[in-house]
Design a protein around this ligand. Structure first.
Ligand SMILES: NC(=O)C1=CN([C@@H]2O[C@H](COP(=O)(O)OP(=O)(O)OC[C@H]3O[C@@H](n4cnc5c(N)ncnc54)[C@H](O)[C@@H]3O)[C@@H](O)[C@H]2O)C=CC1
Ligand SMILES: CC(=O)[C@H](N)C(=O)O
Length: 373
């Protein structure tokens, strides 16, 4: 096919607009890196979507962290065990390995990622691999590779194979110049961590691929997530998970943030439900592709106060980590998630009292089991 004709065809496709008024999917990334002669004239890059009657075939990257195992178990209840593949670069513990499909996947290896998507006929991808805020500051070059280069691989594979792609963002995508109380969806985003910078990049790249190529990109900015049965991976909000372990085990906790540090937080069940709800939302209900979601907002002192109602001997002391404190001081204090509530009906179930009761019940029953053994 003559190159001039190809270029004219590409240019004319770039000018087309769908009825909704947004930019049509026009220029798959493969166009940019390959010889035009290799592209079949009748190629349709977004024809691989599954019929609505079918279950999605799901891949979760970075699935062995704080959130991935819970997400897999939640999605397997909905779509069937064998339709949800968990992946990571680490060896899974036995109970995870036995609970459903697990596969090795390094998101920095593009061919490996593509092979998994093709061989397993994946249609939905939840991209959880990342280095979080505190570990990211301790290893900037690895964070840059995993959070930025890895994301590029995921975007390209998702676009090439017509996947629906979920990428979580975070309260950490905002910075000291953002409005902090409350923080709306659209405002200044000048984060000062490599984690935050990489997440703003992910939001913008995902939205760009949506407008430019029609990639079905969906993104939620999570608050700090609190889970009972999984450990956090090195973030600034980790204290709000560890405090429950220590309250039940030792009756005391040393906090690495100041008592007055207010941050948005969410219980994991709400987080996983929000994630599935936005993935299942009809495309026409989404006025944006990146939404804030929120549940509650509290300080270490307020959390300790609530724990005291259940564990009267509980004591909290403070030994501030300057790196984490500086990060927390630049993040939102309250998150405005009114667009998610309006567009696709987001509603959280867990406020601070329910969170504390649930977490203490979980750890309390675990420690009673441990004592009995
Ligand atoms: N946990 C939280 O409070 C929040 C999490 N998020 C986002 O949710 C996602 C999941 O978070 P967590 O489970 O807490 O993270 P985590 O840090 O606990 O787990 C991340 C996983 O990524 C894996 N990973 C690292 N390098 C990789 C590579 N090259 N290829 C494949 N996997 C790799 C790690 O082995 C790890 O299991 C992340 O993108 C995070 O930014 C957003 C806001 C809050
Ligand atoms: C809020 C997050 O993104 C994460 N938990 C972190 O503290 O880095």
């Amino acid at each position: 096919m003559p190159v001039v004709w190809m270029l004219r065809r590409v240019a004319s496709r770039m000018l087309q607009r769908p009825a909704c008024g947004c930019q049509a999917p026009v220029l798959p990334s493969r166009f940019l890196g390959t010889s035009p002669q290799q592209i079949p004239a009748d190629a349709n890059y977004h024809s691989t979507s599954f019929s609505e009657a079918d279950q999605p075939r799901v891949l979760i990257t970075g699935g062995l962290g704080q959130l991935g195992v819970g997400l897999a178990s939640f999605l397997r209840k909905r779509f069937g065990k064998d339709n949800v593949i968990l992946s990571d670069i680490r060896k899974p513990p036995e109970h995870v390995f036995l609970s459903g499909p697990f596969i090795y996947s390094d998101i920095l290896d593009y061919k490996n990622l593509r092979e998994i998507v093709v061989n397993n006929r994946v249609t939905w991808l939840f991209h959880y691999s990342a280095l979080l805020s505190a570990v990211g500051e301790a290893n900037v070059s690895l964070a840059r590779a995993v959070n930025i280069t890895g994301l590029h691989n995921v975007l390209d594979v998702a676009e090439e194979h017509g996947l629906r792609l979920f990428v979580p963002s975070t309260i950490g995508a905002f910075g000291p110049t953002s409005p902090r109380n409350p923080t709306p969806d659209l405002c200044i985003q000048r984060p000062r961590t490599i984690y935050g910078v990489s997440k703003v990049h992910a939001e913008l790249m995902g939205e760009y691929y949506y407008y430019r190529y029609g990639l079905d990109f969906r993104c939620l900015r999570y608050p700090g997530i609190i889970s009972a049965d999984s450990q956090p991976g090195g973030g600034t909000t980790d204290y709000a998970v560890q405090i429950f372990h220590d309250a039940v085990k030792n009756g005391r906790f040393e906090c690495n943030l100041k008592p007055s540090t207010r941050l948005p937080m969410m219980y994991i069940d709400d987080c996983l439900r929000a994630t599935l709800e936005v993935m299942e939302a009809p495309a026409e209900s989404l006025s944006m592709r990146t939404y804030n979601v929120n549940a509650m907002s509290f300080t270490p002192a307020e959390l300790a106060q609530e724990i005291l109602k259940h564990v009267p001997e509980f004591q909290i002391t403070y030994n501030v980590d300057p790196v984490r404190q500086a990060i927390a001081d630049s993040w939102p204090m309250n998150f405005d998630d009114s667009n998610a509530r309006k567009d696709w009906g987001w509603k959280h179930d867990f406020d601070l009292p329910e969170l504390v009761t649930t977490m203490l019940n979980f750890h309390g029953s675990e420690s009673r089991v441990a004592q009995a053994n």
